[in-house]
Design a binder for this molecule. Structure first.
Ligand code: LFR
Length: 487
């Protein structure tokens, strides 16, 4: 029986999930979990990439102890961040986090002589100041000149493991430097940020063999023989593959640190409406596109949880929220101020005070403010998504850790008047595994993979509660208009 390992690393934690197919069902087991986060080092918020790599080996050692001698493995992580590698093949520095504030003016500066419309028409990618394009724009020029290779985080990890370097497209598309038309890095955009096409390892599709974990690692660690596949290296791309969507009119939310809300498309949608609403066309597995919007997501809850000294679990926090009435205040959860504040609770409270609304004080009030406003934001975006795509969304598949928050699933269903199908919460690891199974020839395509997911995991369905909160969404939309920042 073939064993697969998904190395799935998000902004707050990473883990190794071991998988196989038993009795026609996909079985998943978490064998190792470790923390992730950025800390300030040399003036910037940086990821400790060596720590992440060491943890992968610790996880593989556990697998070997389970008497598994051979595995296939693929890595997925968050997007946009990169490692600069010098001529000696070693990293020049720890990678800077996309939440570092070095790029806060970069969109304005870069687009002063290169219109946004031009960049969007070329790339179809949303404007986020943390995109690789703007990070490279603010990068130390001397360091860039010393850079032999620029590698996205999961590609770099794959390179350290195997010695082979590639640039996988699902993640590379988030750089905002790939040309939709040519399917390659866009020379003009690269020039604008002082990098050359050959500084990126060759582009590959998701589902490409990378190589075996190098001999040198076997000398140091007691690990199984490990064949590395370059899968959907972007965690969101993996999550979409692992979403059991059915029919034509479904949308998804991959709900983790971020909530990524969108639809899977066969052709990019980079027209004026999509541009105005800042929707993105990230490249997916097997020629698909992730047409989506980034929403601040559970990051807000993760920060709050830490600020309460982790005395509550996420389940506790959801229960506390349930003690309050929803919609006691409106919050634009995508306001940049929530991206990396010194103190999230304080930031939420200041926001409510500045907008003359009830200030949430207790953990219950804070949590309900977060969940009800995320649901409102989702419902508002679903309406826009339906408008841009030219058909209403009838089913919303919510996957990822956030799919466990029943309260939010129900509120979203009612506000957006859609059926919500919640689960699996492990969609990212599952999508990572499905792509490995396709590469290995164990299943044929995504459709077959999704059938396997639907058969293997319990999904919960929520229907709209009739006549509840009819006016709330309209009032929220009016509120967003009022507080909108024009740039
Ligand atoms: C989710 C995610 C999003 C990306 C953000 C930053 O984990 O990968 O898709 O926009 O992180 O990389």
């Amino acid at each position: 029986m073939q064993s697969y390992v998904a190395v799935d690393i998000g902004a707050s934690s990473g883990r190794l999930m071991l998988a196989n197919v038993t009795d026609g069902k996909l079985q998943l087991q978490e064998v190792h979990r470790f923390s992730n986060g950025f800390t300030e080092e040399n003036g910037h918020d940086r990821w400790n990439i060596d720590h992440l790599i060491n943890e992968i080996f610790s996880g593989l050692e556990k697998i070997k102890k389970m008497h598994i001698d051979h595995v296939r493995l693929a890595i997925d992580t968050w997007a946009v961040d990169y490692v600069l590698v010098g001529n000696d093949g070693n990293k020049l520095d720890d990678p800077v986090s996309y939440r570092d504030n070095r790029t806060c003016n970069a969109i304005k500066d870069l687009t002063s002589d290169l219109p946004k419309e031009y960049i969007y028409e070329k790339t179809g990618i949303q404007f986020q100041d943390f995109n690789t394009l703007y990070q490279l724009f603010t990068e130390d020029k001397a360091k860039l000149a010393k850079t032999d290779k620029i590698m996205m985080i999961p590609d770099y990890i794959g390179y350290v493991l195997t010695g082979n370097a590639v640039t996988e497209v699902t993640n590379a598309s988030t750089t905002q430097m790939l040309s939709l038309r040519e399917g390659l890095f866009d020379k003009d955009l690269l020039k604008k940020v002082n990098v050359y096409p050959d500084q990126f390892p060759r582009l590959v599709e998701a589902g490409t063999w990378l190589g075996n974990v190098s001999h040198k690692w076997h000398m140091r660690y007691d690990i199984p023989e490990t064949e590395v596949i370059t899968g959907t290296t972007h965690d969101t791309a993996s999550a979409v593959v692992g979403t059991p969507g059915k029919g034509e009119d479904w949308a998804y939310i991959s709900s983790g640190t971020w909530s990524l809300l969108g639809a899977e498309l066969d052709t990019p949608e980079n027209g004026l409406d999509a541009f105005k609403e800042n929707y993105t066309n990230e490249w997916g597995a097997y020629g698909t596109y992730r047409f989506l919007k980034n929403i601040m997501g559970l990051w807000i809850a993760q920060c709050v949880k830490k600020e309460y000294d982790n005395q509550y679990s996420f389940a506790d926090l959801a229960q506390l929220a349930g003690e309050e009435k929803p919609f006691q205040q409106f919050i634009d959860v995508n306001d940049k101020r929530f991206s990396n504040p010194k103190n999230m609770i304080q930031e939420l409270q200041n926001y409510c005070q500045e907008t003359n609304q009830k200030v949430p004080e207790t953990p219950s009030e804070i949590m309900m403010a977060i969940y009800s406003n995320l649901s409102l934001f989702y419902a508002n975006e679903l309406e826009k998504l339906g408008h841009i795509l030219g058909h209403p969304i009838t089913t919303l598949n919510i996957v990822g850790g956030g799919s466990n928050v029943a309260l939010m699933n129900q509120l979203t269903s009612t506000l957006a008047k859609v059926k919500v199908v919640a689960g699996p919460s492990e969609a990212t690891a599952i999508g990572n595994i499905l792509v490995q199974m396709i590469t290995s020839g164990q299943i044929e395509n995504i459709a077959q993979g999704r059938q396997l997911v639907a058969k293997s995991f319990d999904l919960k369905t929520y229907e709209p509660e009739v006549d509840q909160y009819n006016q709330v969404l309209t009032d929220y939309q009016a509120f967003l208009q009022k507080v909108a920042v024009v740039d």
